[in-house]
Design a protein around this ligand. Structure first.
Ligand code: SF4
Length: 348
């Protein structure tokens, strides 16, 4: 067992809470920079369903490759190697993946395979909320710089800081004005384990200065809406004397918004695997709860034969898809879209 990772358990508890209380689709740990890919990973991205959400859900439960959306429509079938602006092998892989998830269909034209989209890409993203988790504001790390970057780039419609700490006026002064602040108690979502039965303490109220909106979440400060349709400024390197920045135009932001929403849709927030350990007793909402340490653990970080309390057993049966399907607008196993269903004649 390695060091306690309170941020992980806090993050999963917050996701479980938001899933229970809002009609959002959530994904964890997603890239949120444009000019310098990989430079910023946001803890949680919440997609607020837009007008054609159901059409999006009907296509596939997985991520539609964003490049596929940009490069190929539902009209004339095209050769992916010429449609995608990248190396031929990569273009073919992208096309294969888009076919696998049901967004493309393939046909032969002579010796070459061509593809077209099975449907028009829907207008399904009603809004994006970027959430940064910092359970302990006494250990802020890079928090200020991350939040300044998020508000300056304006990729999200709103940016929120979630913390378990009591939020003082001094804290608020250090957090950019546009960033909303939630106080959230992980304990309000954390089950108590007795080895046999895990119970959720559910809606236990949380004291705080702001408005309580259900369970252990209190809005200390509402976020100021950002405007993702305007160009943004992305800091690249920050020195004491100068900061290099990139101006990110609205088209690039729109592409990145679609990419992060697709990633959130396909990825979700639950762990992909639960360890085969006798102490692993997942909560009803799918968080990896360890009865030996009486807390939610990170399977990829905490678990395995090196853990002193590890005891080999069958992995627990957790149907992540069924849980997500039942609790969110995400659809686990849609019928898919055929050209006839999509009324493709419109596009000819
Ligand atoms: S579930 Fe098992 S391996 Fe994971 S932390 Fe608990 S005792 Fe260790």
């Amino acid at each position: 067992m390695t060091a306690d990772r309170p941020e992980y358990a806090f993050e999963l508890a917050l996701c479980a809470h938001l899933e229970r209380t809002r009609e959002w689709v959530l994904g964890r740990q997603l890239g949120a920079s444009v000019a310098d890919p990989g430079a910023r990973v946001v803890d949680v991205c919440a997609v607020v369903p837009g007008p054609e959400f159901d059409r999006r859900a009907a296509i596939t439960s997985e991520t539609i490759p964003p490049r596929a959306v940009e490069c190929v429509g539902p009209g004339r079938a095209v050769d992916p190697v010429s449609a995608f602006d990248c190396a031929p092998a990569r273009a073919r892989r992208l096309a294969d993946r888009a076919v696998e998830v049901g967004f493309f269909e393939a046909e032969r034209q002579g010796s070459r395979r061509h593809v077209r989209a099975t449907t028009r890409y829907p207008d399904w993203i009603g809004g994006l909320v970027g959430i940064e988790n910092k359970p302990d504001l006494g250990r802020p790390g890079d928090l200020q710089r991350q939040l300044r970057r998020d508000t300056s780039l304006g990729l999200f419609d709103a940016v929120v800081l979630a913390t378990e700490s009591y939020v003082t006026g001094a804290h608020l002064n250090r957090i950019p004005d546009d960033v909303g602040v939630w106080r959230f108690s992980e304990a309000s979502e954390t089950p108590r384990g007795d080895g046999e039965e895990l119970r959720s303490s559910g809606n236990r109220p949380q004291a705080g200065d702001g408005e309580a909106v259900g369970g252990g979440l209190t809005v200390v400060r509402e976020p100021t809406p950002l405007d993702p349709t305007e160009p943004g400024v992305e800091p690249l390197t920050e020195g004491s004397l100068r900061t290099d920045v990139a101006i990110v135009d609205s088209e690039a932001k729109a592409r990145k918004r679609r990419a992060i929403a697709e990633r959130a849709y396909g990825k979700g927030w639950r762990p992909h695997e639960y360890p085969g350990c006798a102490s692993m007793c997942p909560t009803d909402d799918g968080r990896p709860y360890c009865t030996a340490f009486d807390r939610v653990v990170d399977p990829g970080h905490d678990c395995g034969a090196s853990c002193p309390a590890f005891e080999a057993a069958d992995p627990p049966a957790v149907d992540r898809e069924a849980l997500r399907d039942a609790r969110t607008p995400w659809v686990a196993d849609p019928d898919g879209v055929t050209r006839r269903q999509a009324g493709l004649d419109r596009f000819r």
